[in-house]
Design a protein around this ligand. Structure first.
Ligand code: AHG
Length: 339
């Protein structure tokens, strides 16, 4: 067997990045390694979900009022477990937990990061073999190192993120993470169990032809959004139109596709749900960070997602995210006074 030494693993990549920062402690690399380890364990269970009795409801309802699936519980436990036993994370917030979890032991209190995550996003798709994913966000704590973290460490605007990432458990398994320096994707090579650099320096194409939205809710959207959707459908061939509508119902996959190919993803406010459906801290803020670093834009329809000051960990927000030119065109319909 020939070994391809041009392949760079996640560990090799993060260690190489460290060389650019002589004062770096390696804590962030450790945290990313921990997330990668938990994701590999989740991947194994996702792959055999059809074979063993791990499908179906766990019987409880999470803090969002949604039914919790067994794999959600498993995934949550994996991420909590690796971060608790690692040396980089002082506490976590999870979409599956009512409150933040402060690790509060000597090693954890001396860690400088907190992590927020949605352990298994798109869980309604688990039973039907559609791609699902994990989304995570890393902040530097604002309370002094050496003390237990508090809610203030988690309630930070997205612009303060140090890193954010996601994993897709799909036709292949990919881990994508962003720091301010760039966005890079690592595909899991199952033959060696390593994340290998497959998508270096991801850039979001400024223009695209894909729009992703739940059409079933069309008449619940505000007028400007409905107008923009009609515009996408009526684009002339000379403008690349009509645009293609693609909506998996698994945000991780929808936004990943649009990040690579160019496109826009929208989860607008609904008549009876002004905050929309998606969670600011577990879904929107990390994706806004990743997409902005890659050159795209993300707003709630009024302001940048990254500028929103969260008031509680489970808050929701409308989301518009994707290619810069598409976002600008959308904005001309939802905020006509600004154009
Ligand atoms: P969940 O994890 O509860 O299944 O939610 C998935 C999210 C997101 O990933 C997806 O884009 C959106 O919900 C789909 O919601 P709709 O079915 O309302 O379109």
């Amino acid at each position: 067997m020939t070994i391809n030494r041009r392949v760079q693993t996640l560990d090799e990549f993060t260690i190489q990045q460290l060389r650019n920062f002589p004062n770096a402690t390696g804590e962030l690399s450790g945290l990313l390694r921990d997330m990668g380890l938990a994701a590999k364990r989740v991947n194994v269970e996702v792959n055999k979900a059809g074979l063993i009795d791990i499908l179906g409801d766990a019987g409880s309802v999470n803090v969002q009022g949604e039914e919790v699936k067994k794999l959600d519980v498993f995934a949550n436990n994996q991420f909590v477990g690796v971060l608790r036993h690692g040396i980089s994370c002082a506490g976590i917030g999870s979409e599956e937990l009512d409150d933040i979890l402060v690790f509060d032991d000597e090693i954890s209190n001396n860690s400088k990061y907190v992590c927020l995550f949605d352990p298994l996003d798109g869980s309604a798709n688990i039973d039907v073999n559609v791609s699902i994913g994990t989304i995570f966000s890393v902040f530097r704590r604002v309370t002094p190192v050496g003390t237990p973290v508090t809610l203030a460490d988690f309630l930070q605007p997205g612009i303060k993120q140090v890193a954010a990432g996601y994993v897709i458990y799909g036709s292949s398994t990919i881990l994508v993470y962003a720091t301010r320096r760039g966005v890079n994707g690592f595909t899991l090579d199952p033959s060696i169990g390593e994340w290998t650099l497959s998508h270096p320096d991801i850039k979001c194409p400024p223009a695209g032809k894909i729009y992703s939205v739940n059409h079933g809710n069309f008449f619940q959207y505000e007028e400007g959004v409905r107008k923009y959707i009609n515009v996408c459908q009526q684009k002339e061939a000379s403008e690349g139109g009509p645009y293609t509508q693609r909506y998996i119902g698994s945000m991780v996959s929808d936004v990943h596709r649009n990040l690579i190919k160019g496109g826009i993803f929208m989860y607008p406010a609904l008549k009876d749900k002004p905050g929309g459906k998606l969670r600011l801290l577990y879904e929107c803020s990390p994706f806004a960070f990743i997409v902005e670093v890659a050159g795209g834009l993300a707003t709630d329809g009024k302001q940048r997602i990254l500028d929103i000051q969260p008031t509680h960990v489970h808050q929701r927000t409308p989301l518009y995210i994707g290619s810069k030119l598409m976002m600008e065109e959308l904005n001309s319909y939802i905020n006509p006074d600004q154009s």
